[in-house]
Write a protein that binds this ligand. Structure first.
Ligand code: HEC
Ligand code: HEC
Length: 200
């Protein structure tokens, strides 16, 4: 390599190195931004006022899904008054920072609260879901982790897809034909697995 080529190679690698640093999410900034969220998401079994279901566990959630969820609230395509108010002024970067912090925040409560569903029946029914919801922890995972989530929140999410309150044609088609009992059993199964936690 002549001198010019060495200089060029160095500057290219220095540039791409810089880009990697510039793109990496800032976990500490995410932790700071999450301060206002703890009252609800760090309290095990904390209930939303109405309808009654527990505030979802988001510790250990797949980062790409957390960003997608926050965007959906911000853009009002997913409606929930508190969450819309909590995300309206977030930049994309801030959502990524929070998502990176949440993915690492796995030391909180894993306590699961039964919805009295039949876990064995739920496991059978959930077979078709596992191709996407297999608790994938690879960095390029995009589908939400369901393992360890509160059963009553999972029930609520599936019913929101059925009713169209949560607009997602793919998930609507997945759960549209399920009865309330089947939804209960599937939720009991995912809730019984180890996975998500409340945040630290
Ligand atoms: C007053 C309680 C409360 C506060 C404060 C709150 N949340 Fe939430 N959050 C909820 C509830 C309830 C839901 C479920 C809403 C729904 O059904 O869509 C939720 C949903 C979420 C979800 C989607 C979870 C999923 O599995 O789809 C994310 C991500 C989230 N919150 C992040 C945050 C962040 C970040 C903050 C702070 C900036 C925050 N929340 C503040 C109550 C709260
Ligand atoms: C082809 C992939 C795929 C399959 C199969 C699939 N899902 Fe999903 N699921 C998704 C995606 C993508 C989302 C996120 C949608 C969104 O942003 O609202 C999702 C979201 C969910 C949520 C909401 C999670 C949360 O934290 O709010 C639940 C509950 C769920 N799926 C249950 C199921 C069940 C039960 C089955 C099987 C009957 C199933 N899914 C099959 C891809 C899939």
């Amino acid at each position: 390599m002549n001198k010019k080529a060495i200089v060029l190679a160095f500057s290219v690698s220095a540039l791409s190195g810089f880009q990697i640093i510039a793109q990496a999410a800032d976990v500490d900034a995410g932790r700071d931004a999450f301060e206002t969220c703890r009252g609800c998401h760090s309290a095990p079994g904390y209930s939303n006022v109405y309808p009654t279901y527990y505030v979802p566990k988001i510790g250990g959630q797949v980062p790409a899904y957390t960003v997608a969820a926050l965007k959906a609230y911000k853009e009002s395509s997913r409606s929930h008054r508190t969450m819309m108010a909590n995300s309206y002024d977030f930049s994309e970067k801030m959502m990524e920072n929070i998502a990176a912090f949440l993915a690492e925040s796995t030391g909180g409560s894993k306590k699961s609260i039964s919805n009295m569903g039949d876990i064995a029946k739920g496991k059978k029914l959930a077979e078709t879901c596992l191709s996407c919801h297999d608790d994938d922890s690879s960095p390029d995972a995009t589908n939400p982790r369901l393992a360890g989530q509160y059963a009553n929140y999972l029930e609520k999410a599936m019913k929101d897809y059925q009713s169209g309150k949560r607009k997602n044609p793919l998930m609507k088609s997945m759960v549209d034909k399920l009865s309330d009992d089947e939804i209960k059993d599937i939720s009991a199964y995912f809730a019984s697995l180890k996975g998500l936690t409340t945040t630290e």
